[in-house]
Write a protein that binds this ligand. Structure first.
Ligand code: C2E
Ligand code: CA
Ligand code: CA
Ligand code: CA
Length: 279
């Protein structure tokens, strides 16, 4: 039995070691991703629950290493946060999203917002939000052309300095959405403190809503509170007709999910946008 225990421990240590080596290699490759043009943005449409028109796009980062398979952002974003690379990646995302927005504006696509995701470390870094404002201006855009998505936990952990910077952005007209709403370890009191414009109901509630009355109750409460606070409410992760019917019945304003569109490369989303222009 003792030997078995030791074997299991060694197996565990080996696994742990292999995982560290793998992450270390991944971090090294990620460092060169920008220079090697391995990054791209995909855009996932958010459509009006009423008209079905595309009103916003969420920019989602993609990494396809030249010498390997695509790595999920759920894996490389946390890695970039730990290694400090996130700030450079974030700058790349901002630049790319603003450049794309400016190009679409020039081509006649109006009133479309692009949201980018910001992680905790990005929001805490003193210059991220200033750089975003500068980037928007440099591309000749208005503040309301670009939005940011922050998770509840990022907001809860924010200090006074972060709050001040977010308020400044808000007053300039930058849209601020709370991502994965309902999943953070939070009381609702932060809603009072933070200048936000939208709530995104986490996809776990949307997924289970048709079967589980608890999820429906939470969604209903989220829509109610969002609307009472004057916020736009987005349902995330809508995959089925049943889920769509539910979020419509609950009066969500915008719907995002595979039911309508997956995150799409530029050429494909552009086809949708130009198609919409003709109607
Ligand atoms: P998120 O911000 O919550 O983004 C939504 C995730 O749900 C995306 O995964 C999207 O592809 C996926 N999704 C959208 N609709 C559906 C659906 O109907 N069903 C299901 N099952 N999934 C759906 P993705 O693209 O893999 O991104 C994962 C996470 O990585 C994001 O979660 C976000 O936290 C982070 N991320 C992505 N791009 C960036 C970025 O540029 N900067 C930062 N800081 N984080 C990013
Ligand atoms: Ca998001
Ligand atoms: Ca989300
Ligand atoms: Ca998420």
């Amino acid at each position: 039995a003792k030997l078995d225990g030791q074997g299991a421990l060694q197996g565990f240590q080996q696994h742990f070691h292999d995982e560290l080596v793998r992450q270390h290699r991944l971090a090294e490759r990620l460092e060169h991703a920008i220079a090697n043009c391995e990054l791209s943005l995909h855009y996932q449409p958010q459509v009006s629950a009423v008209s079905g028109r595309i009103e916003n796009l969420e920019a989602l980062l993609r990494w396809e290493p030249a010498d390997g398979e695509a790595v999920s952002p759920a894996e490389f974003i946390p890695l970039a946060e730990r290694s400090g690379l996130i700030e450079r990646l974030g700058d790349w995302v901002m630049e790319e999203a603003c450049g794309q927005q400016a190009a679409w504006r020039a081509a006649g696509v109006e009133a479309l917002r692009i949201d980018i995701n910001l992680s905790g470390r990005q929001v805490r870094a003193p210059e991220t939000l200033e750089r975003l404002e500068a980037c928007v201006a440099r591309h000749g855009l208005e503040p309301q052309d670009i939005g940011i998505e922050l998770t509840e936990n990022v907001l809860i952990e924010a200090n006074e300095a972060v709050l001040t910077r977010l308020r400044r952005l808000y007053h300039r007209g930058v849209r601020i959405a709370i991502d994965d709403f309902g999943t953070g370890y939070s009381s609702l009191s932060y809603l009072k403190l933070f200048p936000v414009t939208a709530l995104k109901i986490d996809r776990s509630f949307v997924r289970d809503g048709p079967q589980q009355s608890e999820d429906r109750a939470i969604m209903e409460a989220a829509v109610f509170i969002g609307h009472r606070l004057g916020l736009e409410v987005v349902a995330e992760g809508v995959e089925t007709g049943e889920q769509l019917a539910l979020v419509r019945e609950m009066r969500c304003d915008l719907v995002q999910g595979y039911y309508f569109h997956r995150p799409l490369p530029v050429a494909e989303v552009q086809r949708l946008l130009f198609g919409q222009l003709e109607h």
